[in-house]
Design a protein. Structure first.
Length: 344
């Protein structure tokens, strides 16, 4: 439980949006809106004066856009920032600039729309207040990975599946791991907590800089060496096998561990279908999604890796998995891909 209220600064050029959001949090037990700002210059002055614990930041604003503002802000004042944007590509640019999370700005038609949006944003603000702000490096150019998997190793591991799960901070963490996986990697299946519309763009961005082919999964997609599938936003993904080999099912269903897509949903299926032939990786994120699934994977003989505390933006999901006995080993983010290749 948080010991004191989270001091929140709302930065948005829409006075209606600022006031509506402030009103929603007016009586919140965990969040206190300390002020509001209509542009980055006003926001800068209020950050210096009020030292908020978290800011929510629009991208499209007058005088300076949110991404330019973040690039100037984070090196001097590393305030955990949640981006509120209607454009997925802007959200990814903002994450590259140092934001810790994002939420899609909705089209508000009814009071219930605003309530649902604000409830989602509230959870992200609480998570951001506990996040480690990491100044991002520029996006790497596509380059051959130094990690290697020999032909003999591939021949021994024809049934191997690599399953990965992440949440807050995961877009950066997955980029770090996937850009260093070799082109002949065994099939990879991934759940990253992300809303609809964002996952395809995320997959396309990664595909340009990775040796493996990366795509948003579609129902019935077959798995193959050198291919990574990312669960689409708001849909669960599970692993299955028939006489032709592995494939995935993508389906809408009840939330699992409070998420859809859920890491537990994917990991449970990997434990059942791949058993000891699986390698599991759980990375940065708030909460416990994936922890129980990783325990099941390990019990079935899978090799499981948890990202360590020092390199997590939020040490939640990996910590819970470790405490429940789901991790064979914990490792720094930049060592994970090598550990996978060495295991093979």
């Amino acid at each position: 439980m948080l010991e004191r209220k989270i001091k929140l600064l709302i930065v948005d050029d829409s006075i209606l949006f600022r006031e509506t959001l402030a009103k929603f949090f007016a009586n919140d037990k965990l969040i206190e809106v300390v002020d509001k700002a209509s542009d980055p210059y006003e926001a800068r002055d209020k950050i210096v004066a009020l030292r908020p614990y978290v800011i929510t930041l629009d991208v499209e604003m007058p005088k300076m856009n949110g991404i330019q503002f973040l690039r100037k802000l984070i090196p001097q004042y590393p305030v955990p920032t949640v981006i509120v944007s209607s454009a997925p590509i802007k959200a990814f640019d903002a994450l590259d600039a140092g934001a810790v999370d994002y939420v899609k700005k909705p089209t508000i038609k009814t009071p219930k729309d605003m309530e649902a949006f604000a409830a989602d944003l509230r959870l992200k603000i609480i998570t951001a207040s506990q996040a480690k702000v990491i100044q991002k490096k520029s996006t790497p150019a596509a380059a051959p990975s130094s990690n290697k998997i020999s032909s003999a190793a591939l021949a021994r591991n024809t049934q191997t599946i690599i399953a990965m799960g992440a949440s807050t901070g995961g877009t950066d963490a997955l980029q770090t791991v996937l850009t260093t996986m070799p082109a002949n990697s065994p099939p990879i299946v991934i759940v990253q907590h992300m809303p609809p519309g964002f996952t395809k763009m995320f997959a396309d961005r990664l595909n340009k800089i990775c040796a493996v082919q990366i795509k948003e999964a579609q129902d019935g997609d077959r798995l193959a060496n050198g291919v990574a599938l990312i669960a689409p936003g708001d849909f669960h993904m599970s692993l299955h096998k028939d006489t032709k080999g592995y494939f995935v099912k993508v389906e809408y269903g009840e939330k699992v561990s409070s998420h859809r897509p859920s890491v537990d949903y994917l990991f449970d299926s990997v434990a059942k279908v791949a058993g000891k032939n699986a390698i599991g990786v759980i990375m940065t994120g708030m909460g416990s999604d994936g922890a129980d699934g990783m325990v099941k994977m390990r019990k079935q003989g899978a090799y499981t890796i948890g990202q360590d505390k020092e390199t997590c933006v939020v040490y939640g999901m990996p910590m819970t998995a470790f405490m429940r006995g789901g991790c064979s080993v914990q490792a720094p983010l930049d060592k994970i891909s090598k550990m996978i290749c060495d295991r093979l």
